[in-house]
Design a protein around this ligand. Structure first.
Ligand code: SF4
Length: 341
């Protein structure tokens, strides 16, 4: 898996008022990438491509360099108090991705250059909660690691939270391009998590992301750089022989991490879910997907903004939770299971 290089770059004029905006413009010019100006990302309509599917593919490799105007952070339960907006969108093609719901018709990637304003806002949230710790999740709307080799905004965020007393950063990734983050002064304040799954899920539903082995190699590097490390098993999916599939996952994970010293390993468990709007988008963008999206086999759970989710029925969800937790206890008896949702 090669590091992401955008096919097309749009720059909002105001982005050039910020050093990172200017730096990125120069970088992409030197790389010979086509750059267009746009007054706002909402103006991006005529992406190349004859069909919606082609346009979707181009959008997924289009980067918009812009300014984050809304500085009110979303909440991000259960993993953190707030979502810190460094970027939105992702170049990966995971069929089940939650961005199918949140980004819908605008799947291009946006990176924000007004980092100091974003960090100032984070300070305000930390002040409000002091003396409590405040956790910020940086991967709610993108896979931030996947683009950070270009922007280094995540690296700046890691160092910013490293300097704070009460702020903590966390994010999850399916990409292995972590080398530039290894020397960041994180001060133990950033939890680096990798998304892992059974072979079946990775093979069938996660095109355009790093392989399991590449993610594990990166996880070891990150642990050696002293970052608190975690794994998110998501989405936990009931495919044929799922018990064997997930058992093998933890077996391989344990083998690969044998001999590594990981003092504070954490696991987060998220069962597969989908919304009705996401189902429509998934079926349009990945028409041949094997992803099971049958509402009648699921339980409806009320969600934010009136968009409910379809999760596994209670009994199946309990089975998933108990089975996966038992594998974790077997292979990683000292790890913490933060939650199952
Ligand atoms: Fe979505 Fe994450 Fe896959 Fe990117 S890597 S497409 S953010 S699930």
């Amino acid at each position: 898996m090669k590091p992401f290089i955008p096919q097309l770059v749009y720059i909002e004029p105001q982005a050039l008022d910020y050093p990172l905006g200017r730096e990125l413009k120069e970088k992409f010019e030197k790389m010979g990438i086509e750059i267009k100006e746009t007054t706002s990302h909402n103006q991006i309509r005529n992406l190349p491509g004859d069909t919606d599917l082609q346009k979707y593919r181009v959008a997924k490799s289009t980067l918009v360099v812009g300014v984050r105007r809304t500085l009110k952070f979303d909440t991000s339960k259960p993993s953190a108090e707030y979502a810190i907006p460094l970027a939105t969108g992702c170049m990966g093609h995971c069929h089940y991705c939650y961005l199918q719901t949140t980004l819908g018709s605008k799947p291009y990637i946006r990176t924000y250059v007004n980092l100091d304003e974003i960090f100032e806002q984070a300070e305000k949230y930390m002040d409000e909660r002091k003396p409590e710790i405040t956790r910020f999740e940086a991967a709610c709307t993108s896979d931030i690691v996947g683009i950070d080799h270009l922007t280094h905004s995540l690296k700046k965020a890691i160092e910013f939270f490293g300097r704070t007393e009460l702020g903590r950063l966390r994010f999850v990734t399916k990409f292995h391009h972590v080398d530039h983050l290894l020397d960041a002064k994180h001060n133990g304040h950033t939890r680096f998590r990798f998304s892992v799954n059974s072979r079946y899920v990775i093979k069938n539903f996660e095109p355009g992301t790093s392989s399991f082995d590449q993610r594990l190699e990166a996880a070891k590097k990150v642990a050696n750089a002293g970052y608190p490390l975690g794994f998110i098993v998501a989405p936990i999916y009931m495919h044929d022989d799922w018990q064997e599939g997930y058992f093998e996952l933890f077996e391989r994970l344990a083998e690969s991490l044998e001999g590594e010293s990981i003092p504070d390993l954490s696991f987060e468990l998220i069962q597969h879910r989908f919304t009705k709007p996401a189902k429509k988008v998934i079926e349009k963008h990945y028409p041949k997907t094997k992803l099971e999206l049958d509402e009648s086999k699921r339980k409806y759970k009320w969600g934010k903004y009136g968009i409910g989710k379809y999760v596994y029925p209670t009994e199946e969800a309990n089975d998933l939770e108990t089975t996966i937790s038992s594998y974790i206890q077997q292979f990683f008896p000292h790890a913490t299971i933060a939650y199952f949702t």
